[in-house]
Design a binder for this molecule. Sequence first.
Ligand code: DX5
Ligand code: ZN
Length: 223
Amino acid sequence: MRLAPSILTADFARLGEQVAAVCAAGIDWIHLDVMDGRFVPNISFGPLIVQALRPLADHYGALLDTHLMIVEPERYLTDFATAGADLITIHAEATPHLHRAVQMIRDLGKKAGVAINPATPLCMIEEVIDQVDLILLMTVNPGFGGQTLIPSVLTKVHRLSTLLNNRPIDIMVDGGVNPSTIAACAAAGATVAVVGSAVFGNQPIADAIADLRSALGEVPRVK
Ligand code: DX5
Ligand code: ZN
């Protein structure tokens, strides 16, 4: 399973240093949680942070995975693509024109993801499955790091895994993933795990990542 540390819970006064530390610990996806204060009850950051982290991502060969928790995401797709996002994930609940918005991401030459909140059924994304590279299932109600994973979403993960039927599409779980929940996420069929407070907490970053990998029964990878 791929780990995608979310910088939402990182120390923003030392953001570059912390991103470098996760990359040095063998991480090659960085999850950027963009929040507008309308789609979710929190405001985080915009394209400027993507732009600031792009040189570091290039140096380490890391992918910038941008999770847009914003209304009408079509308005900002070009800005995030220009800033250097590699993967742009939008919420099915945030636009009435999901097919067109996903097509816009592809036309910008970026990988496309679609996300749904815990109470949103899989049928909301069924019609765009063959357009996307990744499907993000929120395992908490979006807006904040450090929440508890909602166990019932894992049955949704399993149903999605069955629905995808070995298509080359990643299933991402996002929220509340830590050493005590990550194995269940993998068993349900998730292929990418967003990890925020489990990585940017009070233990050294490399140790936190090693704990997650050993919880998966993997040998800790260090570049
Ligand atoms: C919540 C964000 C999650 C969150 C994950 O809206 O989408 O990515 O930052 O943080 P943890 O892993 O602490 O739940
Ligand atoms: Zn996220």
